[in-house]
Design a binder for this molecule. Structure first.
Ligand code: NAD
Ligand code: UD1
Length: 338
């Protein structure tokens, strides 16, 4: 029985595919390559020495997606596919609602029709909005500030309603904190389009000389050094959490929510220093105005994931920086033409 991996060619998806293949699981990738390239899957095959089926299919195309279910024995799904740029979601809300929600409707209808009622969903710490305190536990109030975050929260609620209507479902909602780093092979990693929005890809491009200077968004936050604090988690640790989540979904039904973070908060300046010390490269920076919508501090209490899934993050911040740098150095233009 195969696990369907939607968005498997993307940043987190490729890392998860590696972990699943190395654990001896059968996986089938579905991706429309709107934010990824097929060659990323070739790299997954190279790392693992294993083969798997992949389909260029858009989740919005119900018939094409159904064909994947007809051709394979699918038992469960890890649902990564979605658009994820916060700024773009504010400019193109309909695109985000249509892609992320309709894609999930089609997927869940087919998972139900073909009796594969187990799903692990990629949610985000963004559903906690501006948390009243840190560390954040799963029972904190939920709210969002942009269409991207809204799609995550809406999908969480839709999945809860699906379970309420049919108790055969197993729904595991993983709320990721800030995934960074890359596989130690240096063959797969994050490949942002154009100017990176997120901190680590930007730092990686400054450290390797592709960009001149990091702009640090604000130094007057209520944190130990005034710069924003986040819970950065190695993408390989995050990938492993999916394996634990699917193993549990294979045993129990219900809806469960898990914070997937390290439980440790680092400021932007902490990260700059860690990057320099882990790699020996210089990260030039300047302080600029705050980025609208950013919050002071966000880090997880990840105890539930440990207690229930038996998962905890293993890698430290230096590992994350070192692996990010290796990926960026080996692949200055990401996957290139792919
Ligand atoms: P990514 O963009 O690298 O991967 C998403 C993949 O989904 C891409 O390969 C893209 O081509 C594919 N896709 C998008 N829409 C599709 C559709 N309609 N049909 C088929 N394929 C489609 O992103 P990622 O960083 O790997 O994130 C994976 C998931 O985790 C996303 O749902 C994202 O919102 C969520 N998430 C990511 C982060 C992060 O910081 N990277 C944080 C929290 C949550
Ligand atoms: C952002 C998204 C969030 C999403 C997450 C993962 C926003 C407002 N939030 O979170 O919804 O789930 O990415 O994709 O976009 N920073 C700089 N300079 C930069 C880039 C970032 O100083 O060039 C700072 C930010 O102000 C923040 C920290 O670095 O304090 C981390 O930023 P980023 O990597 O964009 O992640 P988040 O803002 O946590």
């Amino acid at each position: 029985m195969a696990i369907l991996i939607t968005g498997g060619a993307g940043y987190i998806g490729t890392h998860a595919m590696v972990e699943f293949l190395e654990a001896g699981r059968e996986v089938i990738c579905v991706d429309n390559y709107s934010n990824s390239k097929p060659c990323a899957l070739e790299r997954v095959k190279k790392i693992t020495g294993k083969n798997f089926k992949s389909y260029e299919v858009d989740l919005l195309d119900y018939d094409a997606l159904e064909q994947v279910f007809k051709e394979n024995k699918i038992d469960s799904c890890i649902h990564f596919a979605g658009l994820k740029a916060v700024g773009e979601s504010c400019q193109k809300p309909l695109l985000y609602y249509h892609n992320n929600l309709t894609g999930t409707f089609n997927l869940c209808s087919l998972l139900s029709k073909y009796g594969a009622k187990k799903i692990v969903f990629s949610s985000s710490a963004t559903v906690y909005g501006k948390p009243a305190s840190v560390p954040i536990t799963e029972d904190f109030p939920l709210s969002t500030t942009n269409p991207y975050g809204e799609t995550k929260l809406m999908i969480e609620r839709i999945l809860k309603d699906i379970y309420a209507s049919d108790s055969e479902w197993s729904v595991s909602i993983l709320r990721y904190f800030n995934p960074i780093g890359a596989h130690k092979s240096g063959l797969i990693g994050e490949d942002p389009k154009g100017i990176p929005n997120n901190l680590l890809p930007y730092i990686a491009q400054v450290a390797t000389g592709k960009r001149e200077c990091l702009s640090i968004f604000g130094s007057d936050y209520n944190t130990h050094d005034g710069t924003g604090v986040r819970d950065y988690i190695h993408v390989v640790d995050l990938a492993k959490a999916h394996l634990k989540a699917i193993e549990r979904a294979e045993k129990v039904t219900g809806v469960e929510y898990f914070n997937i973070g390290t439980g440790v908060g680092y400021s932007v300046l902490d990260i700059v220093k860690a990057y320099e010390s882990a790699t020996g490269a210089k990260v030039n920076y300047k302080i600029v105005d705050r980025r609208p919508g950013d919050i002071d501090e966000c880090y997880a209490n990840p105890e539930k994931a440990y207690n229930v899934l038996g998962w905890k993050a293993e890698y430290g911040i230096e590992d994350m920086c070192r692996d990010s740098y290796r990926w960026q150095t080996n692949n200055p233009d990401g996957y290139g033409e792919g």
